[in-house]
Design a protein around this ligand. Structure first.
Ligand SMILES: [Ca+2]
Length: 290
């Protein structure tokens, strides 16, 4: 068995995915993220968790967090995909009849533009690559390709299994499907070029959800937990965990919020943002050392 998250029940369908609503968070990672030293660097001090060192440690390191900024987030947005690009967020939301892809202002949370999915589709992860925005859907096996600026639908594609999270390293798309697998897709043909099993020192780590490529690692929300896995895209090994327990303060909890889901990385400044489904805030955070 894997990490404790692996023993949780699998995502149980629409009801399980629609519970709750509140706060979002944006993370800005890192002990190494002083404003003057952020550019294109890992958000944390990766020297402390190089593969050679982590192999000698008794457990996968667990990072904490510190909230740097708090921004408004649409509490009706069932966040399934989050990207920072062009100075704004791109967000994909879920639920049949409520799924959207939208561009959202960082500071105000204002919706600057959006496109609805047909009611039968449950939107999932998104990624921005070149001039395109790509969106998965949960169980329909259907992917959508939009013009990133106008959010106009340009084409569709098919894939097997479920669609959960999506990100890109700039060369290929990286996709999760609710299992422990990460798929690597050609960004033009959407053909699968490879896949990895994700594991930590206690076993496989499944229910990988929203993804973000961050300074050479793949960050993954693990449904339905407060943890983010930091995954090596070369090996599938979880090289670190981020524990976001307590991100929502008691005052921010309304009882209607759903789980933590949504990671975005500003690769120019090194800011890391996180939020959740139906959360009223989005947080910029930095990571603290284990
Ligand atoms: Ca993301």
């Amino acid at each position: 068995m894997g990490f404790p998250v692996c023993r949780l029940p699998r995502r149980g369908g629409r009801l399980a995915r629609t519970r709750g609503a509140i706060v979002a968070t944006a993370l800005m990672i890192g002990t190494a993220c002083s404003p003057a030293a952020k550019e294109a660097e890992s958000p944390v001090d990766t020297a402390s968790n190089s593969p050679s060192q982590t192999r000698q440690e008794p457990a996968t390191p667990v990072y904490g967090f510190r909230v740097v900024n708090r921004f408004p987030h649409d509490p009706t947005a069932f966040t399934q995909g989050l990207v920072f690009a062009d100075g704004n967020f791109y967000e994909g939301t879920g639920l049949e009849g409520k799924s959207r892809v939208r561009r959202v202002a960082l500071e105000s949370g204002a919706v600057l533009g959006e496109r609805r999915l047909p009611d039968e589709f449950f939107g999932e992860g998104i990624a921005v690559i070149d001039e395109r925005l790509v969106q998965l859907t949960w169980k329909a096996g259907a992917g959508f390709v939009y013009d990133r600026h106008q959010l106009e639908l340009r084409s569709r594609f098919r894939y097997s299994g479920e669609g959960w999270g999506l990100t890109t390293d700039g060369r290929q798309l990286i996709m999760s499907d609710g299992t422990d697998q990460l798929r690597f897709l050609d960004p033009n043909t959407f053909e699968e070029k490879g896949r990895l099993s994700v594991y930590d020192r206690t076993g496989q780590v499944d229910q990988l959800n929203e993804l973000e490529y961050v300074a050479g690692e793949v960050f993954a929300n693990v449904w339905p937990t407060d943890r983010i896995a930091r995954i090596s895209p070369q090996t599938g090994e979880v090289v670190g965990w981020i524990d976001l327990t307590g991100l929502l303060t008691p005052e921010e909890r309304t009882g209607s919020e759903d789980v933590l889901n949504g990671i975005a990385y500003d690769e120019i400044t090194g800011r890391l943002f996180v939020t959740g489904k139906l959360w009223a805030n989005l947080y910029e955070i930095t990571l603290t050392s284990p």
